[in-house]
Design a protein around this ligand. Structure first.
Ligand code: MIG
Length: 800
């Protein structure tokens, strides 16, 4: 590893004094005496892009991460030349560029406080081995600064004091602090003095981030090639930073189908067909909800992608249909390695069309994976992606498979030292031909993208479902993801919790872990506790490696089965709530899980919390993460919280004990919330929803809640056929008022709400719906007051 400042044979080089400045609309260029050019692009008032070249010539401006749909435009831009600096001012930021050495400092435009400043700033080292530069940036850490994000790093939320590498790596049985693992998301958010900003270093080469590890007050990042090219994203709210980063690198291109938010069951591997059926029937027999069943590599003929084992799956179309009739969507794995076999059509076609990756000197990139020796499509070639997408026609259109699982796309290669391609492999990189050093981190992303293209085409008019293991920034546009080969230990439950929160903070919300652990076997208690956490992850799937024993909800005896059922049922009840959170993510880039620091950065108590998180907008969750626990201590963010099970109120801003036997866990609802619920279904669509439950949690004061619904699949919602209910709750000492504003053209199947009132501080004497008094007999009481109301109401008054 090349260390940032400890260089052995070559010194750092620096920009010299600025001799020329030019402004071209929102692009400002500064040229130094020694040929370095800094180009600052004002993308938005709060987003500046910094790009440096040491040769005077920039590379072709191309990025897989940045989406063409990103918002652009600013309200204000002014550049002033002062004695020692150029001063760029937008409505949100002031950026100063030092004339002497190009160093940057950034200030909040509203109150002039210092947000971020260069230490050495941009510097570089020439790479004689590869050509080009090792490009580097160092910044002064501000007092009390904390750091978050960076994708799937299996460490505590706050990254301060640590160094990380970004190099997508197959990491079987990784553990806490293993680095790097499967994903490269070179984006972090920083927080100091209650203000937050983010830095996205859009460079796909091997890169490093150092958060006050090498030197206590310095944060730095660098990469083994390419340009120093980063985006500075100002908040000051961390939630705005994350939303803006997500806007820049892309929100998911569509809503997931609602079934994809159900529970998924997976195993390496369920085969033959009779085994698959045995598993799915058991779910229905035991009445444990489940929407998806996975086929791992053994469904194929000799691990050849796009084939089926005749022996184990003689008639896949019939099987997939029978599973579908029982409410199960079939999802199959597809790996990148294509078996070298002249009798295999995919291989032959790839060869004829020249679609496989090659070594620098011409031979194919040959690597061993599950099928034996393989060649690998160059997914960075758009023509290859088109070809690949068409290969899904039969699987999706004809056989009826509903989702595809991309694995091994780091790309993983067996029995070689780097566990991947050698550096010299050539890639198209969408016309920007390069070596694997530059393409490695995006290879899996481009495979998932090509898969997504295929699924989108052939699933139409239904929505596609893809899941990937490897990812680079922006991959969230195409696919969901899981955290790879974890282990069945208690600490891995914590790691799963951290990774899901961190991915969410890194713009990638549709994430989950292998519930129960992939390697080794959990005991029933660990499995149950992990399910409890897993139902609060956007992607919810049990998966495990076959040689470590059974890992189905019923594999650990009746007590555990009952706990698991109870929590999976809870997930199904909360589907409209989770779907609404997805809609916020898809439309505005709002992360689905919120670490406490993201939820309330003003409260310093949140800066180092790891276990507690907010699910959606209103629900606070904290997993029980050790054996034999009857509860745990947890921190409550400022506010008032209802215990989900007992309606007892906890005052926030403190750490306190919460009871949680094995059949329970700490779940709390923020006061004033309105939580929508569906009835339990064995799979999405099993029942026509006849009534929407609204759990209303009284608050003295005002609160807003939303419920988003649509046809649960398809694209009509884009044409306005969705139903969005905006609820405004106003609680007074003697009255509770709920107002509803409805938008969208979708007509929900139910006609009524079942309103369940929690924590009402008075006895109800009078109820008015849209100014008409309704008889009190309509009120059902079973501890809480329950009211059945027409869904069209606009104003409800409940009075003492
Ligand atoms: O070399 O397809 O992470 O989920 O079950 C192992 C077999 C390959 C690794 C994946 C895992 C999957 C397994 N795969």
């Amino acid at each position: 590893m090349i260390l940032n400042t400890e260089l052995e044979y070559k010194g750092n080089l620096f920009p010299s004094k600025i001799t020329n400045y030019e402004k071209n609309l929102n692009v400002l260029s500064f040229t130094a005496d020694n040929g370095v050019v800094l180009e600052i692009t004002v993308r938005r008032d709060s987003i500046l892009r910094f790009r440096y070249t040491t040769t005077g010539i920039f590379e072709n401006d191309f990025s897989y991460a940045i989406t063409k749909y990103a918002s652009r435009g600013y309200n204000h831009l002014e550049v002033k030349e002062e004695a020692d600096t150029y001063v760029i001012t937008t409505s949100k930021l002031i950026c100063k560029v030092a004339k002497a050495d190009m160093r940057i400092s950034l200030y909040d435009a509203v109150d002039n406080t210092l947000i971020c400043e260069d230490e050495l700033g941009f510097h570089w080292e020439e790479s004689y081995q590869f050509g080009g530069n090792v490009v580097k940036m160092s910044k002064t850490a501000q007092p009390g600064e904390s750091y978050y994000g960076l994708g799937d790093k299996p460490v505590d939320n706050n990254l301060k004091g640590k160094r990380f590498e970004n190099w997508v790596t197959d990491s079987y049985a990784y553990g806490r602090e293993t680095d790097p693992i499967y994903k490269a998301i070179p984006f972090y958010t920083a927080l100091h003095n209650k203000k937050s900003y983010g830095i996205f270093f859009d460079n796909s080469f091997r890169s490093y981030f150092d958060f006050c590890h090498e030197r206590r007050n310095i944060t730095s990042f660098w990469a083994h090639g390419g340009e120093m090219n980063y985006y500075f994203i100002y908040g000051p709210q961390m939630s705005e930073v994350v939303a803006n980063y997500t806007d820049l690198t892309g929100k998911p291109h569509e809503m997931p189908a609602l079934w994809a938010l159900g529970y998924h069951q997976c195993k390496w591997s369920y085969y033959p067909e009779s085994k698959v059926k045995e598993i799915t029937s058991k779910f229905r027999e035991l009445q444990i909800p489940c929407d998806a069943i996975y086929l791992d590599i053994d469904y194929m003929e000799g691990f050849r992608c796009f084939t089926w084992s005749k022996k184990h799956f003689p008639d896949p179309k019939r099987m997939v249909k029978e599973l579908a009739d029982d409410g199960f969507k079939t999802i199959v794995i597809i790996d990148p390695g294509i078996k070298i076999d002249m009798d295999y059509s995919v291989f032959k076609e790839g060869l004829e069309k020249d679609y496989f990756c090659k070594r620098a000197d011409g031979p194919y990139m040959k690597g061993k994976v599950w099928p034996g020796e393989c060649y690998f499509p160059d997914f960075t070639n758009p023509e290859v992606r088109d070809w690949w997408s068409d290969l899904f026609k039969e699987l999706i259109e004809d056989i009826g498979v509903k989702g595809v699982w991309n694995d091994m796309n780091e790309p993983a290669v067996m029995d070689v030292p780097g566990k991947s391609f050698p550096d010299d492999v050539r890639h198209n990189y969408d016309g920007n031909h390069c070596s694997h050093r530059k393409a490695h981190n995006v290879y899996g992303m481009q495979m998932a993208r090509a898969t997504y293209q295929g699924l989108k085409k052939f699933s139409y008019p239904k929505r596609p479902f893809v899941i990937t293991r490897a990812a680079y920034s922006g991959t969230q546009r195409y696919t969901s993801s899981w955290t790879g080969d974890n282990v069945a230990t208690w600490d891995h439950l914590n790691i799963a919790n951290l990774q899901a929160q961190r991915m969410s903070m890194s713009g990638f919300s549709f994430i989950g872990s292998d519930i129960g652990g992939f390697a080794e076997q959990p005991n029933g208690e660990l499995y149950a506790r992990w399910i409890q956490l897993g139902i609060f992850h956007p992607f919810c799937r049990t998966h495990s490696s076959g040689d470590h024993g059974d890992q189905e909800p019923w594999a650990f005896g009746d007590t555990i089965t009952n706990v698991v059922r109870k929590f999976i049922e809870l997930r199904y009840q909360l589907l409209p709530y989770l779907y609404t959170a997805f809609w916020r993510n898809v439309s505005d880039g709002i992360p689905i899980l919120k670490s406490l620091v993201l939820y309330d950065q003003e409260d310093p108590q949140t800066h180092y919390r790891n276990d507690e998180f907010i699910f959606g907008e209103k629900i606070l969750v904290c997993p029980v993460n050790g054996p034999n626990q009857k509860g745990r201590r947890m921190y409550f963010p400022i506010g008032r919280w209802y215990n989900f099970w007992t309606d007892e109120i906890v005052e926030g801003g403190q750490e306190t004990w919460v009871d949680a036997d094995l059949d329970s866990m700490p779940i709390f609802v923020s006061e004033g919330a309105i939580i929508p619920k569906y009835p339990v279904q064995q799979y999405v669509g099993e029942k026509t929803i006849e009534e929407l439950t609204l759990d209303v949690y009284y608050k003295l004061g005002k609160e807003t809640s939303q419920v988003y619904e649509d046809a649960n699949d398809g694209y009509d919602y884009i044409k306005g056929r969705y139903s969005l209910r905006d609820f405004k709750l106003t609680g007074k000492e003697d009255e509770l008022i709920i107002q509803q504003f409805k938008t969208g053209k979708y007509i929900t199947t139910y006609k009524t709400f079942k309103i369940s009132l929690h924590g009402l501080p008075f006895d109800i004497k009078k109820i008015e719906v849209d100014n008409v008094e309704i008889p009190l007999q309509k009120l059902i009481s079973n501890g809480n007051n329950i009211l059945i109301l027409d869904k069209e109401f606009t104003e409800l008054h409940i009075m003492a």
